[in-house]
Design a protein around this ligand. Structure first.
Ligand SMILES: [Zn+2]
Length: 305
């Protein structure tokens, strides 16, 4: 979801300087969505979910001095959280299957474990992340930029059909046939869209890197980047607007697909978190309304009669 924002960078700088108020603000900002995601993955076990989320913050603050920024904090925190949950499940060895991401991936687990192989055993996720080598970093960044450019184009032209296909192929990493089934389309057409998107990404890469990447498994790289940075995920504001039903019909249809058919756990976590926040705000408003309408009746303040 893009690079770290100025506001986030400022917050991080403040935390680095030991500003506890900034740290509190940071925790408040992210704990809700992390907890919603953890609860969903740990099938409603709140105690475990809270432990895991606490762990994420501990991990984050410990590795903070080495954190170089670059990618969005949210995806960074989610990547630590994912790792923690996987660890927990390795310990508990129970299964978790929910929406399309998990269902379709069950027969291609290899891809998933490949992605996870990046985390060597015993090393904390945060320190793995910050120690990733510069070269790999540069390639990832160029590719991320090329992906974002392609996605911008699709969104601008309201080409949500292709956007959905791209998400199915690279984010969920399902086969052309499976994507065709979900989209109720011919698998040949899915292949065509895939081909076109890859070509476009290659074209917008710096020439030297395009050459270098051409020798690699571009599809595999795209999958890794998608899983890690979720470049196509709707922004939190967009999810908020979806909840308020203020989106254009095309956008609404797409966000609905992303949340409920694709079943993006990260966006669902944001969705739940925003819902909860809205409810709390509603409760606060009600409280305020009650206060306003009752304060006049308090002893000694009864000036209206
Ligand atoms: Zn998402």
């Amino acid at each position: 979801m893009g690079e770290i924002t100025q506001a986030e960078q400022y917050l991080i700088d403040q935390i680095r300087q030991g500003n506890s108020q900034a740290w509190l603000q940071f925790i408040e900002r992210y704990q809700g969505r992390l907890l919603a995601y953890a609860r969903r993955q740990i099938s409603g076990n709140t105690a475990d979910a809270e432990d895991v989320v606490q762990d994420v913050f501990v991990n984050f603050i410990r590795a903070l001095n080495a954190y170089r920024g670059g990618n969005s904090l949210e995806s960074f925190l989610f990547s630590i959280l994912r790792r923690k949950i996987i660890d927990l499940y390795r310990k508990k060895s129970s299964s978790r299957i929910s929406l399309i991401q998990d269902v379709y991936k069950s027969d291609s687990r290899e891809g998933d474990s490949d992605y996870l192989a990046g985390f060597s055993a015993g090393e904390s996720t945060a320190s793995w992340y910050v120690r990733r080598d510069e070269h790999k970093d540069r390639i990832y960044k160029s590719l991320s930029r090329a992906i974002l450019e392609m996605l911008e184009g699709l969104k601008k032209s309201l080409n949500f059909e292709h956007l959905k296909i791209v998400e199915l192929l690279f984010y969920c990493q399902v086969s052309n046939t499976d994507a065709a089934a979900v989209m109720k389309m011919d698998a040949g057409r899915i292949g065509l869209v895939k081909h076109r998107c890859i070509k476009q990404i290659q074209k917008s890469l710096p020439r030297s890197e395009a050459k270098e990447i051409a020798d690699r498994d571009l599809e595999g790289l795209l999958g890794q980047i998608w899983q890690q940075y979720r470049p196509s995920c709707p922004k939190r504001n967009t999810i908020g607007a979806f909840l308020l039903k203020t989106l254009e019909p095309e956008w609404e249809n797409y966000v609905d697909f992303h949340l409920h058919i694709l079943g993006c756990h990260f966006c669902q976590a944001n969705y739940e978190d925003i819902q909860l926040q809205n409810r709390q705000k509603g409760a606060d408003r009600l409280q305020q309304r009650i206060m306003e309408s009752t304060v006049g009746f308090l002893a000694g303040k009864n000036t209206s009669r």
